[in-house]
Design a binder for this molecule. Structure first.
Ligand code: IPD
Ligand code: CA
Ligand code: CA
Length: 313
């Protein structure tokens, strides 16, 4: 048994040299054991709860299927994607979203037959007893469909309403973020933490916009205006999972967005919390997966950002 997926063998074919966040490819089993042993020593003296152990066992099982799905996503990105629209002409689904979710679902069914799945394309609910896998098969579908590299596979694990584990893999960047509840957050094997920024005027803020926005334009622009007036800059990556991981990794200082769904945020919000960040609604209450507003920050900036976004409550 190893600590988390980031020490297992995943190697997507897009890069010849491996960035630090990637699962190391073809790690020798003895080396894997020593990485795991080191990690375990880190937690020695603390008994793993069964929630942690079970979440970790599930994340540990993922590298091969993530490698397979990543390979498919990278290959299909330049093929005929059969792009269709869902709720409106901005909300896309491609052959790759469906293929990715089908493979991830059958992986769970085969390996964890008692677990439930909630996925963006295939549905499901958060209320089943036992573990639920909350899957976004491609987060950042517009980027993906336009040939951009900012997209991710996002897999969160919940147990009785608690987020117990999360993995976000960015196939085109060969980067993987993982977290298990109360055991920290990692980019590959590197423990990550949020930025130390305390002054909003030095903050780089990232946001996203809902597909259904025709009647919310003024409201959304109000948030952007306030951030532009008070912060160093604003970005839009096009993937909420990427936004949350890069906040957890100290690259962004805050992320806010409306109308996200559980599959957009489940893995990423645990990764943020485990990296020392805070995730609430725009009203400042702890964020739950069904909430429609999300403000994630490095913690130091939270009160200031709540104030900056006051008009969006
Ligand atoms: C979208 C992305 C985007 C966010 C949208 C999401 P999708 O997910 O996370 O950043 O702004 O609200 O729906 O549709 O690409 O899986
Ligand atoms: Ca999404
Ligand atoms: Ca998606």
């Amino acid at each position: 048994m190893r600590f988390c997926t980031n020490v297992a063998g995943l190697h997507t074919h897009c890069c010849s040299s491996r960035p630090e966040g990637e699962f190391p490819g073809a790690v020798h089993p003895r080396k894997r054991r020593s990485v795991y042993a080191r990690r375990l020593r880190l937690f020695s003296g603390r008994k793993l709860t069964s929630l942690q152990a079970e979440a970790r066992r599930r994340l540990d099982s993922l590298p091969s299927v993530i490698a397979e799905v990543s390979g498919i996503l990278l290959e299909l990105q330049t093929a005929d994607l059969n792009i269709r629209t869902k709720s409106n002409d901005k909300d896309l689904v491609t052959r790759a979203d469906l293929e990715s979710e089908t493979r991830l679902r059958s992986f769970v069914e085969r390996n964890f037959p008692g677990d439930h799945v909630m996925g963006e394309e295939g549905g499901g609910s958060l209320s089943g007893a036992g573990f639920t896998w909350v899957i976004d098969p491609v987060d950042g579908t517009i980027n993906y469909a336009h040939g951009l590299p900012l997209f991710a596979i996002s897999i969160g694990l919940t147990l009785d309403g608690t987020i117990a584990g999360g993995l976000v893999h960015m196939p085109a960047l060969s980067t993987t973020y993982t977290a298990v509840k109360s055991m920290g957050a990692y980019c590959g094997q590197r423990k990550i933490s949020v930025s130390p920024t305390t002054n909003p005027s030095q903050a780089l803020v990232v946001t996203g916009f809902p597909y259904d926005r025709s009647d919310k334009i003024e409201y959304l622009l109000g948030g952007v205006r306030s951030v532009l007036q008070n912060c160093r800059g604003i970005r839009r990556t096009g993937s909420a999972a990427v936004d949350l991981c890069w906040l957890a990794d100290g690259k962004f200082d805050a992320h806010y967005e409306m109308n996200l769904s559980p599959w957009d945020t489940c893995a990423g919000e645990l990764i943020v919390r485990e990296a020392g960040g805070l995730v609430t609604t725009f009203a400042g209450r702890d964020h739950e997966l069904i909430d429609k507003s999300l403000l994630a920050t490095n913690g130091h900036l939270h009160d200031a950002m709540l104030k900056i976004l006051e008009g969006m409550q």
